[in-house]
Structures are given as C-alpha cells and as structure tokens.
Design a binder for this molecule. Structure first.
Ligand code: UTP
Length: 289
C-alpha cells in the first residue's frame, strides 16, 4: 500500500555564501521574487500537493522565516481599520494552520543530508517531501504535485530531474539512468557532483524530492561526501535496489535563486507572468537591452 504524503521538510540552514552581503543577517529564503519570499513559494507549492505538516530545518539568524508564517496581529488590525482589503488579502496566503509548522535546529551546516537527518523525529516512519526553497519553479502544474502524481503511480522514492549541460555535472546530483519513458526515469545510481568525464548521464536532481523514511538510517552514518559534507544524494543512493526509485522530468522552468543570475532571471520571468506588472516590465526591459 502506498502511504499518503502529508509531510514536508524545508531545509533552510545553509550559509547562503553566494548571496553575501544580503544574507549576512537575513536568510536567503526570505529574499523576495517580485513580492513574495522564496520560502512562501515553497510552502504554497507544498500545500497544493496536499502537504499538511512542515518542518523547517533552521540555523542562526533564521527567525524571520518562522515569523513570516505567524499572524501579524498589530499590522492586520491597522490594515483592517484603514480598510486596506488588498493588503490584507496579500497577507492571507502567509497564514498557516495552527501547529502545522515545526522547526528543528541544525547548529552547524554540515550539509543537506545532515539537515534532513536533523528532521528525523518529525519524519518518523512516514514518506516525506523535501523542497529546497532556493530552487524556484515556474510551471503550469506545481512541481511537487507532478512528483506526488508519480508517487501515486509507483510509490517509493521520487526526485525531480532535468538535463544540464555536460560541463556542469560537477554542480549537481547526477542520475545513472535505467528504463526511461521520457517522463518517468528509473534511477539505477546517483552520484553527487561528478566531474563531466565521470558523470553517468547529464540528468540532474533539482530541489524537489519525495523520500521514504529509511533514508534517515543511511544519513545517520554521517559519511562525508563531496565537499566534506554529509550529502543527501549519498544517503538516497543507498536506497536504490531496496525500494522503487524514480526521477520525474517535470514540466516547468527552474531558477536557481541561490545564485545571483538565477535570482535576477526569476524576477524577470515571474514579473512577466503577473497581469499587474507584465506590460510595464516589458517596457523596462526594452530600455535596457
Ligand atoms: P546550497 O548548496 O544552496 O548551500 O544548499 P547554501 O549554504 O544555502 O548556499 P551557498 O552555496 O553558500 O551560497 C542547498 C539547500 O540546502 C540547505 C540550504 O539552506 C539550501 O536550502 N542546507 C545546506 C542546509 O539546510 N544545511 C546545510 O548544511 C547545507
């Protein structure tokens, strides 16, 4: 029987060094694309896929991430008094069910695998999603919904995958591919950041996963991988052969918002989707290029 997917882990304890000095005192996941912080895009995408419970893995200086999902009583009271209905509506999407967000602390950023292991008590024996909020995806159907549909078909572990230029395989987790129907790919192996000449394919994992709780047992071994970090990819690789493991070529465009250029491109792409901004944005862009 395929267990229902209700939980998501949001690792937000990274240092965000590529975005200094912006990320000195605030988390990278609080940076807005147009008018919404990255973390809110992730929570909304997860909710659309049926997620009810969230665990943020946080670190130093990340309190704003938690506060963002609180009721801002004074602000909302003032807006109500001033009849600012539009502004109130803009806040509504940041409200969450009481008790639906928990946090755990990753005191030292030892890697993504370590961050997920920090959420072990929240995960328990249940399947869970992971969303890396700095990977932002513009799509017709939310990316995690596409993964959840595949999970409903195959059960087991699912990762979102996309083709990357061969010379960039050393930046990503890369798949060794088995059967491939163009959308669903059987995962035969996984390698974190292989050199282009060693990469088993150019199909890379992006920041959306559905994993089985057993991955925690392997992460608990605390084996250091690429970059001296505890890599999630290495833990996931241990599940291959023991449980179903598939990649989904998702429909949509992904922006790496942890990177300056990716973040700037996301601003343009998301603004051009907004009826209230698209025409003005197009006008600007013509002036600059
Ligand atoms: P990144 O590879 O983007 O690292 O992490 P980073 O530290 O956030 O940013 P840079 O590279 O220094 O600029 C991918 C995801 O994993 C989380 C990050 O918060 C991000 O969501 N992460 C990474 C942790 O939570 N803990 C870690 O130890 C490492």
């Amino acid at each position: 029987m395929i267990k229902k997917l209700r939980k998501a882990v949001l690792p937000v304890a990274g240092l965000g060094t590529r975005f200094l000095p912006a990320t000195k005192a605030i988390a990278k996941e609080m940076l807005p694309v147009v008018d919404k912080p990255l973390i809110q895009y992730a929570v909304e995408e997860a909710r659309a896929a049926g997620i009810e419970l969230f665990c943020m893995v946080t670190g130093r200086g990340k309190t704003a991430l938690v506060e963002h999902f609180d009721v801002a009583y004074e602000l909302e009271h003032t807006l109500r008094e001033r009849n600012r209905t539009e502004a109130l509506a803009a806040l509504a999407a940041s409200h969450t069910e009481p008790g639906s967000i928990t946090t755990v602390r990753q005191q030292v950023p030892l890697g993504l695998g370590h961050a997920i292991w920090c959420a072990r008590a929240f995960i328990g024996d249940d399947p869970f999603a992971i969303l890396l909020p700095d990977d932002l995806i513009l799509s017709n159907k939310p990316c995690l919904t596409q993964l959840a549909e595949a999970y409903g078909e195959t059960g087991g572990n699912i990762v979102a995958v996309t083709e990357v230029p061969r010379e960039q395989t050393n930046r990503y987790g890369i798949l060794k591919v088995g059967r491939d129907d163009g959308r669903l790919v059987e995962v035969k192996g996984l390698v974190e950041k292989p050199a282009p000449e060693d990469a088993p394919s150019n199909l890379s994992i992006i920041g959306r996963y559905i994993l089985m709780a057993e991955v925690i047992e392997y992460l608990a071994l605390m084996q250091r991988g690429a970059g001296g970090e505890v890599q999630l990819t290495d833990g996931m690789a241990k599940l291959i052969g023991k449980q179903p493991f598939h990649g989904v070529r998702y429909e949509g465009r992904r922006f790496d918002c942890g990177d300056k250029l990716g973040f700037l491109e996301a601003q343009v792409a998301f603004a051009l989707q907004r009826p209230d901004l698209a025409d003005a944005m197009r006008g600007f862009l013509k002036n600059y290029v």
